[in-house]
Design a protein around this ligand. Structure first.
Ligand SMILES: [Zn+2]
Ligand SMILES: [Zn+2]
Length: 140
């Protein structure tokens, strides 16, 4: 087991990629994106660094979709919509319903709330349109 405690160029590149996209990528996506410019990069290195970033609070995890964890380099408070069909992850402005929820929870339960976000799941507009256009699924 080699330890990459030193600040490395690869680590920097991985962080840059994840901060520079809004697709909420998986480790695999980051790996494929960096491969052409970093031929010696391994998927394991990407995984290790993403875990490190998450532990350091430099990226956040959106959750596991189809068995793959998705990451977000945008740390501002916002919620997510996940399409069950295409696996797309969309940013949502923080819904007003969450306003004050952290305070209510800490008053009711005595917890300290550090962050608050929602994950909604369903079908995105493109998938809905595809279905409406026929898609061969429903013969109406
Ligand atoms: Zn979709
Ligand atoms: Zn996001």
């Amino acid at each position: 087991m080699q330890k990459t405690t030193r600040y490395s160029k690869k680590r920097e590149a991985i962080l840059e990629v994840i901060r520079g996209t809004r697709v909420h990528p998986t480790a695999e996506w980051v790996y494929q994106t960096l491969k052409p410019t970093h031929p010696d990069l391994s998927l394991g290195t990407v995984y290790r660094n993403l875990t490190f970033f998450r532990e350091q609070g430099m990226v956040r995890s959106v959750g596991v979709i189809d068995g793959q964890e998705h990451f977000d380099g945008d740390l501002t408070p916002h919620s997510h919509f996940i399409c069950q069909e295409c696996g797309g992850v969309y940013d949502l402005l923080q819904p007003p319903a969450l306003e004050g929820l952290d305070r209510q929870v800490s008053e009711s339960y005595g917890f300290q709330v550090d962050s608050c976000d929602l994950t909604l799941r369903g079908l995105c507009r493109q998938c809905l349109e595809r279905r409406a256009a026929g898609g061969g699924e429903r013969a109406v």
